[in-house]
Design a protein around this ligand. Structure first.
Ligand SMILES: [Zn+2]
Length: 311
């Protein structure tokens, strides 16, 4: 019985609001529904004569986003209505017609980053992101750091390889894979984690720039997201071996190292889940494994934060 009484009361209130407000006030109260005055407004006599409030000043401009707000992580979101430009810190971001954007946080990023939209009406909307630090796997060893690989003979071979890698990563293919939830290229034991680092008698070595998956010699691996092949080497590079790089668009790309074979060609569009190569030990590798690295512009990212754990 009580429920019915409440329901009747609610209906009565709704009717009275509707009657006293009229068409104009009804539309106005919908537009400003989250402001406290909007509720009382229709009860006032002669409410329809009130001047309409410009919507741009009452509807708050906000970013919406999802992602992994941590070192080596990423963010995918939508900028406020009326956005003219978006930046993360001092980096301008690209965004599509619906204002969707992507950005990411380097292994050593943090602890805060500012996401800033400048609107067409010149208003500025700022959201401060807290970038959680990671507890990287650090190993201290009592061995001098190898300076290997810097001889002139090595550099003569290495320079053109680096030039090809840099040129490949600079290609903007317009691929749309950056919008997708990534999948694992292959499943297997994780034999090396992103970000891990050795310190040689106090001198830090370079950190591990990807994730290593011991998925089996010659096992086929697939594209983790849609993309376009921007590098497929026809001979093994000195460190990376047979190297494959897939552009996912918007500055995001995947590199696959140490392959025994590459199954796609430069310029090919690949779909998520499509076989693209076979695991090997080419280049500088102690055994067959897939090294998968992800970069967004200059930031090195943790593939694990794109796929989630490998159950
Ligand atoms: Zn590796």
């Amino acid at each position: 019985m009580r429920c019915v009484a409440v329901a009747v009361g609610a209906i009565a209130l709704a009717l009275s609001v509707s009657c006293s407000g009229g068409d104009g006030a009804g539309a106005q109260s919908l537009a400003a529904a989250d402001t406290p005055t909007a509720i009382a407004e229709p009860a006032l006599p002669n409410a329809p004569s009130a001047a309409p409030t410009p919507q741009a000043d009452t509807v708050p401009a906000r970013f919406t986003f999802e992602g992994e707000l941590t070192q080596g992580g990423w963010i995918r979101g939508q900028a406020p209505v009326g956005t003219a430009s978006v930046r993360l810190g001092d980096q301008q971001l690209a965004f599509d017609a619906e204002r969707h954007f992507f950005a990411a946080f380097d292994r050593d990023a943090g602890p805060e980053a500012e996401l800033v939209a400048t609107l067409q009406n010149r208003r500025v909307e700022t959201t401060t992101l807290t970038i959680a630090p990671r507890a990287w796997q650090i190993e201290r060893v009592n061995v001098a750091r190898r300076s290997g690989g810097s001889s002139e003979a090595f550099m003569k071979r290495r320079r053109p390889e680096l030039a090809r890698i840099i040129a490949a990563r600079a290609i903007d293919t317009g691929a749309q894979g950056w919008r997708q939830q990534f999948i694992w290229p292959v499943r297997g034991r994780i034999s090396g984690r992103f970000g891990s680092q050795r310190i040689y008698r106090g001198e830090p070595g370079s950190y591990h720039s990807g994730i290593d998956i011991a998925g089996g010699d010659n096992a086929t691996f697939v594209a983790p997201a849609d993309g376009v092949v921007v590098l497929a080497t026809d001979r093994p590079f000195s460190l990376e071996g047979y190297l494959l790089i897939i552009d996912h668009g918007n500055g995001l790309n995947s590199a696959f190292l140490h392959n025994s074979a590459i199954l796609v060609r430069e310029g090919d569009a690949v779909r998520q889940g499509q076989p693209i190569g076979r695991i090997g030990a080419s280049g500088r590798a102690t055994g067959p494994h897939l090294h998968w690295g992800i970069k967004w512009r200059d930031a090195r990212l943790d593939p694990l934060l794109f796929t989630g754990p490998m159950n």
